[in-house]
Design a protein around this ligand. Structure first.
Ligand code: CP
Ligand code: NVA
Length: 309
């Protein structure tokens, strides 16, 4: 049994194995319907409990399809519907119950510590389905999408992020170390990655490149990523923060600085950080990116259940 909490804590060779498996499985089920199981139904009879403390469309539906395609099933809960935290039920007690009824637990939470607390008391694997500090299932799937489109290992590409230093960027930075790719970040100075993140990168003998100018960040990029300026957990003055990001809005012109055939990716939901003609334009692969969540999460589930081929 393995947990899937942060990319930085998972060995590179395991992350690569997940991607290789996802590629094979995606290819093998081209002619199948969404709910048809993969050959051999490797997670037959297994139940994934998903719990959301915050909104989700893609993570919820893609995990539903992922476990179904592996032959198992899922139950989706909102934390407000449980006894957890109210009426004296502790995380330890809830974790015991989840481990009694379920085989795996996917949690989207407002609190990183809650994931660690659950981990301590669960006897089944836990998957981080987005926390304030990371969004590992999203980013691993994005690595898959980049390699699928570019037909090259990501280590040979230059990746650019334009936007906030949020959970998705933290996972992308961890991925840049694990998969050895060049990552340039364009953001206002006030919203640059913090010291902890930069220290972790240096400790791993890698570098990230931070620019307070989006054109410099996008120079020669093969991929431009973006995300909402205001995240689900962001308790800032929203109007002011959006103003501070005005110069970092992604417009068509930015692709003049990037490499020819540069692609645009965005995990969704979107805000006004990107113009409509980029988001729906020829460089954008956001729908393929969303679909790949299903394929990669299947291999993440197999990894957690100790069934990765
Ligand atoms: N990208 C993503 O995690 O989307 P949801 O918030 O809809 O799950
Ligand atoms: N950074 C965003 C990602 C949403 C999938 C958030 O945390 O809201």
């Amino acid at each position: 049994m393995k947990h899937f909490i942060n990319l930085k804590d998972i060995p590179s060779k395991d992350l690569r194995k997940i991607i290789v498996d996802a590629k094979k499985r995606k290819k093998q089920r081209k002619k199948l319907n969404n709910l048809d199981p993969d050959k051999g139904s490797p997670l037959k009879g297994k139940m994934l409990v998903q719990m959301f403390e915050k909104a989700s469309s893609r993570t919820r539906i893609s995990f539903y399809l992922a476990i179904k395609q592996l032959g198992g099933g899922t139950l989706t809960l909102r934390s407000s519907e449980l006894h957890l935290g109210v009426g004296g039920e502790t995380i330890a007690d809830t974790a015991k119950i989840l481990s009694t009824y379920g085989d795996g637990f996917m949690l989207r939470t407002d609190d990183d510590k809650k994931i660690e607390d659950f981990k301590k008391h669960l006897t089944i694997p836990i998957i981080n389905g987005l926390s304030p500090s990371s969004h590992p299932t999203q980013v691993l799937s994005d690595i898959f999408t980049v390699e699928e489109i570019k037909k090259k290992p990501i280590s040979k590409l230059k990746i650019c992020w334009i936007g906030d230093s949020n959970n998705v960027l933290n996972s992308l930075i961890a991925a840049s170390v694990k998969f050895s790719f060049k990552l340039s970040i364009g953001c206002p100075k006030k919203f640059a990655p913090g010291k902890n993140v930069k220290d972790w990168v240096s400790k791993n003998k890698k570098k990230i490149f931070i620019y307070y100018d989006l054109k410099k960040a996008a120079l020669d990029a093969d991929v431009i990523f973006s995300d909402k300026v205001i995240s689900l957990n962001d308790k800032v003055n929203k109007k002011r923060k959006k103003q501070q990001f005005q110069k970092f809005k992604i417009k068509k012109e930015i692709f003049n600085y990037a490499k020819k055939n540069c692609i645009f990716l965005h995990c969704l939901p979107r805000g006004d950080e990107v113009e409509e003609d980029v988001f729906l334009g020829k460089n954008s692969h956001v729908w393929q990116q969303a679909l790949n969540r299903v394929h990669v999460q299947k291999s993440i589930l197999l990894y957690c259940f100790g069934k990765l081929r």
